[in-house]
Design a protein around this ligand. Structure first.
Ligand code: GLC
Length: 574
Protein backbone atom coordinates (compact mmCIF):
# COMPACT_ATOMS: atom_id res chain seq x y z
CA UNK A 1 0.00 0.00 0.00
CA UNK A 2 1.43 3.41 -0.90
CA UNK A 3 1.92 6.24 1.54
CA UNK A 4 -0.66 8.29 -0.40
CA UNK A 5 -3.32 5.74 0.33
CA UNK A 6 -2.92 5.19 4.04
CA UNK A 7 -2.53 8.51 5.73
CA UNK A 8 -0.59 8.96 8.92
CA UNK A 9 -2.57 9.51 12.10
CA UNK A 10 -1.54 13.17 12.17
CA UNK A 11 -3.54 13.75 8.97
CA UNK A 12 -6.62 13.01 11.03
CA UNK A 13 -6.24 15.15 14.15
CA UNK A 14 -8.87 14.98 16.90
CA UNK A 15 -12.25 16.36 15.84
CA UNK A 16 -11.03 17.31 12.34
CA UNK A 17 -14.49 16.47 11.03
CA UNK A 18 -16.03 19.34 13.03
CA UNK A 19 -14.39 21.95 10.81
CA UNK A 20 -14.87 19.99 7.58
CA UNK A 21 -17.30 20.28 4.71
CA UNK A 22 -18.36 17.02 3.07
CA UNK A 23 -19.25 16.66 -0.61
CA UNK A 24 -21.48 13.74 -1.59
CA UNK A 25 -20.95 11.96 -4.89
CA UNK A 26 -23.62 9.68 -6.34
CA UNK A 27 -21.26 7.87 -8.69
CA UNK A 28 -23.63 6.73 -11.40
CA UNK A 29 -24.70 10.35 -12.02
CA UNK A 30 -21.41 12.18 -11.50
CA UNK A 31 -19.10 11.78 -14.51
CA UNK A 32 -18.85 9.06 -17.15
CA UNK A 33 -15.33 8.37 -18.47
CA UNK A 34 -16.06 5.51 -20.89
CA UNK A 35 -19.23 6.53 -22.71
CA UNK A 36 -21.51 3.80 -21.36
CA UNK A 37 -23.93 6.39 -19.98
CA UNK A 38 -23.11 5.55 -16.36
CA UNK A 39 -20.84 7.61 -14.13
CA UNK A 40 -17.71 5.81 -12.92
CA UNK A 41 -14.69 6.11 -10.64
CA UNK A 42 -12.20 7.26 -13.30
CA UNK A 43 -14.78 9.95 -14.12
CA UNK A 44 -14.72 11.10 -10.50
CA UNK A 45 -10.93 11.23 -10.54
CA UNK A 46 -11.02 13.66 -13.46
CA UNK A 47 -13.07 16.04 -11.31
CA UNK A 48 -10.84 16.09 -8.23
CA UNK A 49 -9.33 19.44 -9.16
CA UNK A 50 -12.83 20.90 -9.42
CA UNK A 51 -13.63 19.65 -5.91
CA UNK A 52 -10.31 20.95 -4.59
CA UNK A 53 -11.12 24.34 -6.08
CA UNK A 54 -14.50 24.35 -4.37
CA UNK A 55 -12.54 23.67 -1.19
CA UNK A 56 -14.39 20.70 0.30
CA UNK A 57 -12.51 18.59 2.83
CA UNK A 58 -14.17 15.22 2.47
CA UNK A 59 -15.70 13.23 -0.38
CA UNK A 60 -18.47 10.79 0.53
CA UNK A 61 -18.96 8.18 -2.17
CA UNK A 62 -22.36 6.57 -2.41
CA UNK A 63 -21.84 2.80 -2.88
CA UNK A 64 -19.47 1.58 -5.59
CA UNK A 65 -19.27 -2.00 -4.30
CA UNK A 66 -20.16 -4.99 -6.43
CA UNK A 67 -23.94 -4.99 -6.74
CA UNK A 68 -26.80 -6.14 -8.97
CA UNK A 69 -27.86 -2.43 -8.86
CA UNK A 70 -31.45 -3.12 -7.87
CA UNK A 71 -31.27 -0.03 -5.63
CA UNK A 72 -28.38 1.63 -7.50
CA UNK A 73 -25.69 -0.01 -5.38
CA UNK A 74 -27.41 0.04 -1.97
CA UNK A 75 -27.78 -3.71 -2.56
CA UNK A 76 -24.27 -5.06 -2.14
CA UNK A 77 -23.22 -8.52 -3.28
CA UNK A 78 -19.51 -8.18 -2.43
CA UNK A 79 -18.25 -5.66 0.12
CA UNK A 80 -14.63 -6.08 -0.94
CA UNK A 81 -14.86 -5.37 -4.62
CA UNK A 82 -15.91 -2.55 -6.93
CA UNK A 83 -18.77 -3.07 -9.33
CA UNK A 84 -17.59 -3.23 -12.96
CA UNK A 85 -20.15 -0.49 -13.69
CA UNK A 86 -17.93 1.88 -11.74
CA UNK A 87 -14.46 0.49 -12.46
CA UNK A 88 -11.99 -1.57 -10.46
CA UNK A 89 -10.44 -1.64 -7.01
CA UNK A 90 -7.32 -0.14 -8.59
CA UNK A 91 -9.43 2.76 -9.88
CA UNK A 92 -10.70 3.29 -6.35
CA UNK A 93 -7.17 3.17 -4.93
CA UNK A 94 -6.18 5.81 -7.47
CA UNK A 95 -9.16 7.97 -6.49
CA UNK A 96 -8.30 7.73 -2.79
CA UNK A 97 -4.68 8.58 -3.54
CA UNK A 98 -5.73 11.51 -5.75
CA UNK A 99 -8.01 12.86 -3.03
CA UNK A 100 -5.31 12.52 -0.38
CA UNK A 101 -2.74 14.23 -2.59
CA UNK A 102 -5.08 17.23 -2.78
CA UNK A 103 -5.67 17.25 0.98
CA UNK A 104 -9.15 15.74 0.77
CA UNK A 105 -10.41 12.69 2.62
CA UNK A 106 -12.65 9.92 1.36
CA UNK A 107 -15.62 8.32 3.08
CA UNK A 108 -17.27 5.08 1.99
CA UNK A 109 -20.97 4.35 2.25
CA UNK A 110 -21.44 1.44 4.62
CA UNK A 111 -24.61 -0.51 3.88
CA UNK A 112 -24.83 -3.23 6.52
CA UNK A 113 -28.46 -3.29 7.61
CA UNK A 114 -28.95 -5.48 4.57
CA UNK A 115 -27.03 -7.10 1.74
CA UNK A 116 -28.06 -8.02 -1.78
CA UNK A 117 -29.90 -11.31 -2.12
CA UNK A 118 -27.00 -12.16 -4.44
CA UNK A 119 -24.42 -11.81 -1.66
CA UNK A 120 -22.69 -15.16 -0.88
CA UNK A 121 -23.93 -14.90 2.73
CA UNK A 122 -27.55 -14.78 1.68
CA UNK A 123 -27.16 -17.46 -0.97
CA UNK A 124 -25.86 -19.76 1.78
CA UNK A 125 -28.53 -18.62 4.19
CA UNK A 126 -31.27 -19.80 1.83
CA UNK A 127 -30.47 -23.44 2.73
CA UNK A 128 -32.48 -24.22 5.83
CA UNK A 129 -29.69 -26.27 7.45
CA UNK A 130 -26.97 -23.76 6.61
CA UNK A 131 -24.87 -22.39 9.51
CA UNK A 132 -25.64 -18.98 7.98
CA UNK A 133 -29.42 -19.47 8.13
CA UNK A 134 -29.52 -17.25 11.23
CA UNK A 135 -27.53 -14.46 9.53
CA UNK A 136 -30.82 -13.12 8.13
CA UNK A 137 -34.40 -12.87 9.47
CA UNK A 138 -36.18 -16.03 8.43
CA UNK A 139 -39.68 -16.62 9.82
CA UNK A 140 -42.49 -19.12 9.23
CA UNK A 141 -45.87 -18.02 7.85
CA UNK A 142 -48.42 -16.44 10.19
CA UNK A 143 -50.00 -19.22 12.28
CA UNK A 144 -53.12 -20.64 10.65
CA UNK A 145 -52.14 -19.42 7.16
CA UNK A 146 -50.93 -21.42 4.21
CA UNK A 147 -47.34 -20.25 3.47
CA UNK A 148 -47.14 -18.16 0.32
CA UNK A 149 -50.81 -17.11 0.33
CA UNK A 150 -52.16 -13.56 0.77
CA UNK A 151 -52.03 -12.46 4.39
CA UNK A 152 -49.66 -15.28 5.40
CA UNK A 153 -46.67 -12.93 5.84
CA UNK A 154 -45.24 -13.14 9.39
CA UNK A 155 -46.24 -9.49 10.09
CA UNK A 156 -48.19 -6.78 8.28
CA UNK A 157 -45.09 -4.66 7.66
CA UNK A 158 -44.71 -2.71 4.47
CA UNK A 159 -41.32 -2.38 2.82
CA UNK A 160 -39.99 1.16 2.33
CA UNK A 161 -40.35 0.48 -1.40
CA UNK A 162 -44.03 -0.67 -1.32
CA UNK A 163 -45.50 -4.15 -0.83
CA UNK A 164 -44.84 -6.56 2.03
CA UNK A 165 -41.51 -6.44 3.85
CA UNK A 166 -41.48 -10.25 3.79
CA UNK A 167 -40.63 -12.37 0.77
CA UNK A 168 -41.72 -16.00 0.57
CA UNK A 169 -38.96 -18.46 -0.27
CA UNK A 170 -40.66 -21.53 -1.64
CA UNK A 171 -37.81 -24.07 -1.36
CA UNK A 172 -37.48 -23.55 2.39
CA UNK A 173 -41.15 -22.73 3.03
CA UNK A 174 -40.24 -19.62 5.04
CA UNK A 175 -40.17 -15.86 4.63
CA UNK A 176 -37.19 -13.50 4.86
CA UNK A 177 -37.38 -9.88 6.02
CA UNK A 178 -36.47 -7.03 3.67
CA UNK A 179 -37.28 -3.56 4.98
CA UNK A 180 -36.28 -2.25 1.52
CA UNK A 181 -36.56 -4.13 -1.81
CA UNK A 182 -36.90 -7.90 -1.91
CA UNK A 183 -33.38 -7.93 -3.27
CA UNK A 184 -32.16 -6.33 -0.01
CA UNK A 185 -32.60 -8.93 2.77
CA UNK A 186 -31.97 -7.60 6.30
CA UNK A 187 -28.95 -8.95 8.16
CA UNK A 188 -29.51 -10.34 11.64
CA UNK A 189 -27.23 -8.28 13.87
CA UNK A 190 -28.29 -10.35 16.90
CA UNK A 191 -25.92 -13.00 15.54
CA UNK A 192 -22.34 -12.22 16.72
CA UNK A 193 -20.86 -13.82 13.59
CA UNK A 194 -22.62 -11.22 11.44
CA UNK A 195 -21.20 -8.39 13.50
CA UNK A 196 -17.69 -9.87 13.42
CA UNK A 197 -17.88 -10.24 9.63
CA UNK A 198 -18.97 -6.60 9.23
CA UNK A 199 -16.20 -5.28 11.50
CA UNK A 200 -13.59 -7.33 9.66
CA UNK A 201 -14.76 -5.88 6.37
CA UNK A 202 -14.70 -2.32 7.77
CA UNK A 203 -11.14 -2.80 9.02
CA UNK A 204 -10.16 -4.00 5.56
CA UNK A 205 -11.36 -0.66 4.16
CA UNK A 206 -9.65 1.38 6.87
CA UNK A 207 -6.41 -0.45 6.04
CA UNK A 208 -6.99 0.41 2.41
CA UNK A 209 -6.97 4.11 3.25
CA UNK A 210 -10.55 5.30 3.68
CA UNK A 211 -11.15 8.05 6.22
CA UNK A 212 -14.58 7.14 7.49
CA UNK A 213 -18.03 5.76 6.87
CA UNK A 214 -21.49 7.10 6.14
CA UNK A 215 -23.67 4.39 7.66
CA UNK A 216 -26.83 3.58 5.74
CA UNK A 217 -30.02 3.29 7.87
CA UNK A 218 -27.82 2.33 10.80
CA UNK A 219 -30.57 2.66 13.41
CA UNK A 220 -32.34 -0.32 11.84
CA UNK A 221 -29.57 -2.79 12.73
CA UNK A 222 -31.03 -3.42 16.17
CA UNK A 223 -34.66 -4.42 15.69
CA UNK A 224 -37.24 -4.24 18.42
CA UNK A 225 -37.88 -7.75 19.69
CA UNK A 226 -41.16 -9.49 19.10
CA UNK A 227 -41.56 -8.55 15.43
CA UNK A 228 -45.19 -7.64 15.98
CA UNK A 229 -47.87 -6.25 13.67
CA UNK A 230 -48.25 -2.50 13.36
CA UNK A 231 -51.75 -1.04 13.77
CA UNK A 232 -53.45 -1.65 10.40
CA UNK A 233 -54.18 1.32 8.11
CA UNK A 234 -57.74 1.29 6.70
CA UNK A 235 -57.81 0.52 2.98
CA UNK A 236 -54.18 -0.53 2.87
CA UNK A 237 -52.82 -4.09 3.00
CA UNK A 238 -49.63 -3.24 4.90
CA UNK A 239 -48.42 -0.68 7.45
CA UNK A 240 -45.04 1.11 7.33
CA UNK A 241 -42.55 -0.92 9.36
CA UNK A 242 -39.90 1.48 10.65
CA UNK A 243 -41.94 2.51 13.69
CA UNK A 244 -42.12 -1.11 14.81
CA UNK A 245 -38.54 -1.99 14.01
CA UNK A 246 -36.13 0.94 14.27
CA UNK A 247 -33.97 1.87 17.26
CA UNK A 248 -34.04 -1.55 18.89
CA UNK A 249 -32.72 -2.09 22.41
CA UNK A 250 -29.22 -3.13 21.32
CA UNK A 251 -28.50 -0.16 19.01
CA UNK A 252 -26.09 1.56 21.41
CA UNK A 253 -24.43 -1.72 22.28
CA UNK A 254 -23.81 -2.55 18.61
CA UNK A 255 -22.51 0.93 17.78
CA UNK A 256 -20.23 0.89 20.80
CA UNK A 257 -18.94 -2.55 19.85
CA UNK A 258 -18.27 -1.31 16.30
CA UNK A 259 -16.37 1.57 17.83
CA UNK A 260 -14.18 -0.78 19.86
CA UNK A 261 -13.59 -3.16 16.97
CA UNK A 262 -13.02 -0.66 14.15
CA UNK A 263 -13.16 3.04 14.95
CA UNK A 264 -11.21 3.47 18.21
CA UNK A 265 -7.98 5.42 17.79
CA UNK A 266 -8.47 5.98 14.05
CA UNK A 267 -10.06 9.45 14.14
CA UNK A 268 -12.36 8.57 11.27
CA UNK A 269 -15.45 10.56 10.32
CA UNK A 270 -18.65 8.64 11.03
CA UNK A 271 -22.19 9.68 10.23
CA UNK A 272 -25.18 7.47 10.79
CA UNK A 273 -28.28 7.77 8.64
CA UNK A 274 -31.15 7.44 11.11
CA UNK A 275 -34.73 7.73 9.84
CA UNK A 276 -37.02 8.48 12.75
CA UNK A 277 -34.22 9.50 15.12
CA UNK A 278 -35.09 12.11 17.73
CA UNK A 279 -32.77 14.78 19.12
CA UNK A 280 -32.51 12.72 22.30
CA UNK A 281 -31.35 9.63 20.44
CA UNK A 282 -28.90 11.68 18.38
CA UNK A 283 -27.48 13.21 21.54
CA UNK A 284 -26.80 9.79 22.96
CA UNK A 285 -25.30 8.39 19.77
CA UNK A 286 -23.03 11.42 19.27
CA UNK A 287 -21.99 11.91 22.89
CA UNK A 288 -18.20 11.40 22.64
CA UNK A 289 -18.14 9.79 26.08
CA UNK A 290 -20.31 6.93 24.82
CA UNK A 291 -18.02 6.13 21.87
CA UNK A 292 -20.57 5.51 19.15
CA UNK A 293 -20.70 7.90 16.14
CA UNK A 294 -19.63 11.48 15.36
CA UNK A 295 -22.98 12.61 13.99
CA UNK A 296 -26.27 11.41 12.54
CA UNK A 297 -28.49 12.41 9.64
CA UNK A 298 -31.87 13.47 11.00
CA UNK A 299 -34.96 13.11 8.79
CA UNK A 300 -37.10 15.58 10.69
CA UNK A 301 -36.52 18.73 8.63
CA UNK A 302 -36.99 16.83 5.37
CA UNK A 303 -40.32 15.43 6.58
CA UNK A 304 -41.97 18.75 7.45
CA UNK A 305 -43.46 19.18 3.98
CA UNK A 306 -45.40 15.94 4.24
CA UNK A 307 -48.73 15.49 6.01
CA UNK A 308 -48.13 14.37 9.59
CA UNK A 309 -48.53 10.63 9.88
CA UNK A 310 -48.62 10.40 6.07
CA UNK A 311 -46.08 9.11 3.59
CA UNK A 312 -43.44 11.20 1.84
CA UNK A 313 -45.79 11.51 -1.12
CA UNK A 314 -48.51 13.29 0.91
CA UNK A 315 -47.51 16.88 0.34
CA UNK A 316 -48.19 19.92 2.50
CA UNK A 317 -46.85 23.48 2.65
CA UNK A 318 -43.95 24.21 4.94
CA UNK A 319 -44.19 27.58 6.75
CA UNK A 320 -40.77 29.04 7.58
CA UNK A 321 -41.42 29.22 11.37
CA UNK A 322 -41.95 25.46 11.39
CA UNK A 323 -38.64 24.81 9.62
CA UNK A 324 -36.79 27.22 11.92
CA UNK A 325 -38.27 25.66 15.04
CA UNK A 326 -37.19 22.22 13.94
CA UNK A 327 -33.61 23.17 13.08
CA UNK A 328 -33.42 25.18 16.29
CA UNK A 329 -34.44 22.11 18.26
CA UNK A 330 -31.46 20.23 16.84
CA UNK A 331 -29.08 23.14 17.36
CA UNK A 332 -30.02 23.63 20.99
CA UNK A 333 -30.48 19.91 21.66
CA UNK A 334 -26.93 19.12 20.59
CA UNK A 335 -25.35 22.37 21.83
CA UNK A 336 -23.65 20.96 24.90
CA UNK A 337 -23.23 17.32 24.00
CA UNK A 338 -22.96 15.76 20.56
CA UNK A 339 -22.71 17.20 17.07
CA UNK A 340 -25.03 18.00 14.14
CA UNK A 341 -24.79 17.13 10.49
CA UNK A 342 -26.28 19.80 8.21
CA UNK A 343 -27.93 19.04 4.88
CA UNK A 344 -30.69 20.25 2.58
CA UNK A 345 -30.56 17.40 0.08
CA UNK A 346 -28.89 14.16 -0.95
CA UNK A 347 -29.48 11.31 -3.41
CA UNK A 348 -32.80 10.45 -1.69
CA UNK A 349 -34.25 13.95 -1.47
CA UNK A 350 -35.45 16.51 -4.00
CA UNK A 351 -33.05 19.29 -4.99
CA UNK A 352 -32.64 21.95 -2.27
CA UNK A 353 -33.26 24.96 -4.49
CA UNK A 354 -36.48 23.43 -5.85
CA UNK A 355 -37.75 22.35 -2.46
CA UNK A 356 -36.73 25.06 -0.01
CA UNK A 357 -35.84 27.84 -2.46
CA UNK A 358 -37.31 29.14 -5.71
CA UNK A 359 -35.95 27.54 -8.87
CA UNK A 360 -37.53 30.06 -11.27
CA UNK A 361 -35.08 31.84 -13.59
CA UNK A 362 -35.53 34.99 -11.51
CA UNK A 363 -34.71 33.57 -8.10
CA UNK A 364 -32.73 30.37 -8.60
CA UNK A 365 -29.28 31.84 -8.05
CA UNK A 366 -30.08 33.98 -5.02
CA UNK A 367 -32.23 31.34 -3.36
CA UNK A 368 -29.53 28.69 -3.86
CA UNK A 369 -26.95 31.06 -2.35
CA UNK A 370 -29.17 31.98 0.56
CA UNK A 371 -29.99 28.36 1.35
CA UNK A 372 -26.25 27.62 1.32
CA UNK A 373 -25.57 30.54 3.65
CA UNK A 374 -28.23 29.56 6.17
CA UNK A 375 -27.10 25.93 6.26
CA UNK A 376 -23.35 26.56 6.37
CA UNK A 377 -23.68 29.12 9.15
CA UNK A 378 -25.46 26.65 11.41
CA UNK A 379 -23.36 24.69 13.89
CA UNK A 380 -22.42 21.27 12.58
CA UNK A 381 -20.76 19.61 9.62
CA UNK A 382 -22.29 20.73 6.28
CA UNK A 383 -22.91 18.28 3.45
CA UNK A 384 -23.03 19.47 -0.17
CA UNK A 385 -24.75 17.15 -2.63
CA UNK A 386 -23.30 17.07 -6.15
CA UNK A 387 -24.66 19.90 -8.29
CA UNK A 388 -26.03 21.81 -5.27
CA UNK A 389 -22.90 24.00 -5.45
CA UNK A 390 -24.12 25.51 -8.72
CA UNK A 391 -27.86 25.34 -8.08
CA UNK A 392 -29.06 22.23 -9.94
CA UNK A 393 -32.85 21.87 -9.84
CA UNK A 394 -35.44 19.09 -9.79
CA UNK A 395 -36.04 17.33 -13.09
CA UNK A 396 -39.86 17.39 -12.70
CA UNK A 397 -40.43 14.39 -14.98
CA UNK A 398 -43.99 14.24 -16.30
CA UNK A 399 -44.25 10.61 -17.41
CA UNK A 400 -43.78 7.45 -15.41
CA UNK A 401 -41.54 6.10 -18.19
CA UNK A 402 -38.90 8.70 -17.32
CA UNK A 403 -38.38 7.33 -13.82
CA UNK A 404 -35.73 4.73 -13.00
CA UNK A 405 -35.85 4.72 -9.20
CA UNK A 406 -37.51 1.58 -7.86
CA UNK A 407 -39.10 3.50 -4.98
CA UNK A 408 -40.84 5.80 -7.47
CA UNK A 409 -41.80 3.08 -9.92
CA UNK A 410 -43.13 0.77 -7.18
CA UNK A 411 -45.03 3.59 -5.51
CA UNK A 412 -46.71 4.50 -8.79
CA UNK A 413 -47.91 0.92 -9.31
CA UNK A 414 -49.04 0.47 -5.74
CA UNK A 415 -50.83 3.85 -5.53
CA UNK A 416 -52.71 3.18 -8.77
CA UNK A 417 -53.72 -0.27 -7.56
CA UNK A 418 -55.17 1.40 -4.43
CA UNK A 419 -57.30 3.69 -6.60
CA UNK A 420 -55.25 6.92 -6.73
CA UNK A 421 -55.35 8.96 -9.92
CA UNK A 422 -52.28 8.74 -12.14
CA UNK A 423 -52.07 12.54 -12.44
CA UNK A 424 -52.01 12.96 -8.65
CA UNK A 425 -49.34 10.34 -8.23
CA UNK A 426 -47.24 11.88 -11.02
CA UNK A 427 -47.54 15.25 -9.34
CA UNK A 428 -46.17 14.02 -6.03
CA UNK A 429 -43.44 12.06 -7.83
CA UNK A 430 -42.38 15.18 -9.70
CA UNK A 431 -41.92 16.96 -6.38
CA UNK A 432 -40.55 14.16 -4.21
CA UNK A 433 -39.05 11.41 -6.37
CA UNK A 434 -35.45 10.53 -5.64
CA UNK A 435 -34.72 10.78 -9.37
CA UNK A 436 -34.96 14.57 -9.01
CA UNK A 437 -31.56 14.43 -7.35
CA UNK A 438 -30.15 11.71 -9.55
CA UNK A 439 -30.16 13.29 -13.01
CA UNK A 440 -26.61 13.55 -14.37
CA UNK A 441 -24.39 16.35 -13.14
CA UNK A 442 -24.48 19.21 -15.61
CA UNK A 443 -20.81 19.96 -16.29
CA UNK A 444 -21.19 22.26 -19.29
CA UNK A 445 -23.51 23.13 -22.18
CA UNK A 446 -22.14 20.50 -24.58
CA UNK A 447 -23.66 17.11 -25.60
CA UNK A 448 -25.50 15.52 -22.62
CA UNK A 449 -24.25 18.33 -20.36
CA UNK A 450 -20.71 16.96 -20.63
CA UNK A 451 -21.70 14.01 -18.41
CA UNK A 452 -21.25 11.30 -21.04
CA UNK A 453 -20.34 10.72 -24.67
CA UNK A 454 -23.08 8.08 -24.79
CA UNK A 455 -26.70 7.89 -23.71
CA UNK A 456 -27.14 8.70 -20.02
CA UNK A 457 -28.87 6.14 -17.79
CA UNK A 458 -31.27 8.89 -16.63
CA UNK A 459 -32.39 11.83 -18.75
CA UNK A 460 -30.30 15.00 -18.37
CA UNK A 461 -32.27 18.00 -17.11
CA UNK A 462 -32.83 20.23 -20.19
CA UNK A 463 -31.86 23.32 -18.21
CA UNK A 464 -28.18 22.24 -18.48
CA UNK A 465 -27.73 24.85 -21.19
CA UNK A 466 -27.86 27.58 -18.55
CA UNK A 467 -27.39 25.65 -15.29
CA UNK A 468 -23.96 24.03 -15.45
CA UNK A 469 -20.67 23.87 -13.58
CA UNK A 470 -18.53 25.48 -16.29
CA UNK A 471 -20.60 28.65 -16.49
CA UNK A 472 -20.79 28.83 -12.69
CA UNK A 473 -17.01 28.51 -12.33
CA UNK A 474 -16.55 31.24 -14.95
CA UNK A 475 -18.94 33.68 -13.22
CA UNK A 476 -17.62 35.29 -10.02
CA UNK A 477 -21.22 36.00 -8.89
CA UNK A 478 -22.34 32.39 -9.24
CA UNK A 479 -23.65 29.95 -6.65
CA UNK A 480 -20.34 28.07 -7.01
CA UNK A 481 -18.25 31.04 -5.90
CA UNK A 482 -20.67 31.73 -3.07
CA UNK A 483 -20.25 28.15 -1.81
CA UNK A 484 -16.51 28.47 -2.17
CA UNK A 485 -16.59 31.57 0.07
CA UNK A 486 -18.86 29.85 2.61
CA UNK A 487 -16.43 26.93 2.82
CA UNK A 488 -13.50 29.28 3.24
CA UNK A 489 -15.28 31.21 6.01
CA UNK A 490 -15.55 27.98 8.00
CA UNK A 491 -11.82 27.44 7.58
CA UNK A 492 -10.90 31.02 8.52
CA UNK A 493 -13.26 31.74 11.41
CA UNK A 494 -13.51 29.50 14.47
CA UNK A 495 -16.85 31.15 15.31
CA UNK A 496 -18.38 29.32 12.31
CA UNK A 497 -17.28 26.00 13.75
CA UNK A 498 -17.65 26.60 17.46
CA UNK A 499 -20.04 29.52 17.91
CA UNK A 500 -23.04 29.20 20.21
CA UNK A 501 -26.26 29.31 18.15
CA UNK A 502 -29.20 31.54 18.96
CA UNK A 503 -32.30 31.80 16.78
CA UNK A 504 -33.83 35.30 16.39
CA UNK A 505 -37.35 36.15 15.20
CA UNK A 506 -38.64 32.57 15.46
CA UNK A 507 -42.15 33.54 14.29
CA UNK A 508 -41.12 35.67 11.31
CA UNK A 509 -42.68 34.24 8.14
CA UNK A 510 -39.94 35.38 5.76
CA UNK A 511 -36.73 36.03 7.65
CA UNK A 512 -34.34 33.39 8.98
CA UNK A 513 -32.04 35.19 11.42
CA UNK A 514 -29.64 33.88 14.03
CA UNK A 515 -26.38 34.65 15.77
CA UNK A 516 -23.30 32.56 16.45
CA UNK A 517 -21.16 33.70 19.36
CA UNK A 518 -17.63 32.66 20.22
CA UNK A 519 -14.70 34.20 22.00
CA UNK A 520 -15.88 37.83 21.80
CA UNK A 521 -17.07 37.49 18.21
CA UNK A 522 -20.68 37.53 17.04
CA UNK A 523 -21.81 36.41 13.62
CA UNK A 524 -25.21 37.68 12.57
CA UNK A 525 -26.98 35.82 9.78
CA UNK A 526 -30.05 37.48 8.23
CA UNK A 527 -31.76 35.82 5.30
CA UNK A 528 -34.96 36.51 3.42
CA UNK A 529 -36.24 33.02 2.65
CA UNK A 530 -39.00 34.20 0.35
CA UNK A 531 -39.55 35.51 -3.17
CA UNK A 532 -41.01 38.78 -1.83
CA UNK A 533 -39.13 41.74 -0.35
CA UNK A 534 -38.97 41.80 3.46
CA UNK A 535 -38.55 44.66 5.90
CA UNK A 536 -35.61 44.26 8.21
CA UNK A 537 -37.24 44.19 11.67
CA UNK A 538 -36.11 46.61 14.39
CA UNK A 539 -35.63 43.69 16.72
CA UNK A 540 -32.45 42.63 14.90
CA UNK A 541 -29.10 43.66 16.43
CA UNK A 542 -27.60 46.97 15.34
CA UNK A 543 -25.12 46.32 12.56
CA UNK A 544 -23.42 49.73 12.51
CA UNK A 545 -19.69 49.19 12.13
CA UNK A 546 -20.10 45.50 11.38
CA UNK A 547 -18.09 43.74 8.70
CA UNK A 548 -20.13 42.19 5.89
CA UNK A 549 -18.53 38.76 5.39
CA UNK A 550 -20.71 37.34 2.65
CA UNK A 551 -23.96 38.37 1.02
CA UNK A 552 -26.11 37.99 -2.04
CA UNK A 553 -26.54 41.75 -2.52
CA UNK A 554 -24.43 44.78 -1.66
CA UNK A 555 -26.41 46.19 1.28
CA UNK A 556 -25.45 45.44 4.88
CA UNK A 557 -28.67 46.79 6.42
CA UNK A 558 -32.20 47.89 5.54
CA UNK A 559 -34.99 46.01 3.77
CA UNK A 560 -34.15 42.67 2.19
CA UNK A 561 -34.66 41.85 -1.47
CA UNK A 562 -36.22 38.47 -2.34
CA UNK A 563 -33.79 35.74 -1.22
CA UNK A 564 -31.26 38.29 -0.01
CA UNK A 565 -28.93 37.13 2.76
CA UNK A 566 -26.13 38.73 4.76
CA UNK A 567 -23.59 37.43 7.21
CA UNK A 568 -22.08 40.12 9.42
CA UNK A 569 -19.31 40.02 11.95
CA UNK A 570 -20.24 42.26 14.86
CA UNK A 571 -17.43 43.64 16.94
CA UNK A 572 -18.29 42.60 20.49
CA UNK A 573 -20.32 39.91 22.15
CA UNK A 574 -23.15 41.04 24.43
C1 GLC B 1 -30.77 4.65 2.53
C2 GLC B 1 -30.15 5.11 1.24
C3 GLC B 1 -31.13 4.88 0.13
C4 GLC B 1 -31.39 3.40 0.05
C5 GLC B 1 -31.83 2.83 1.39
C6 GLC B 1 -31.69 1.34 1.41
O1 GLC B 1 -31.88 5.38 2.89
O2 GLC B 1 -29.77 6.45 1.35
O3 GLC B 1 -30.70 5.37 -1.10
O4 GLC B 1 -32.37 3.14 -0.91
O5 GLC B 1 -31.04 3.30 2.46
O6 GLC B 1 -30.34 0.98 1.41
Amino acid sequence: MTADLVQSESSRPDNWWKSSVVYQIYPRSFADSNGDGMGDIPGITTKLDYLAELGVDVIWLSPVYRSPQDDNGYDISDYRDVDPTFGTLQDLDALIAGAHQRGMKLVMDLVVNHTSDEHAWFIESRRKESPKRDWYWWRPARPGHEPGTTGAEPTNWESAFSGSAWEYDEPSGEYFLHLFSRKQPDLNWENPEVRAAVYEMMNWWVDRGVDGFRMDVINLISKRPGLEDEPPIPGRPYAPAFGAVANGPRLHEFLNEMHQEVLAGQNLITVGEMPGATVELARQVTDPARQELNMVFTFEHVSLDQVEGGAKWDLQDLPLPVLKANLNGWQTGLAEVGWNSLYWNNHDQPRAVSRFGDDSAEHRVNSAKTLGTVLHMHKGTPYVYQGEEFGMTNSYFTEIGHYQDLESVNHYKSALSLGQLAEDVLLSLSVKSRDNARTPVQWDDSHQAGFTQGIPWLTVNPNYVTVNAASAVADPDSVFHHYKKLIKLRRDLPVVVEGHYELLLPEHEQIFAFTRTWDGQVLLVVANMSSEPADSPDALPNVAGAELLISTHAAASGPLQPWESRVLLLSEAG
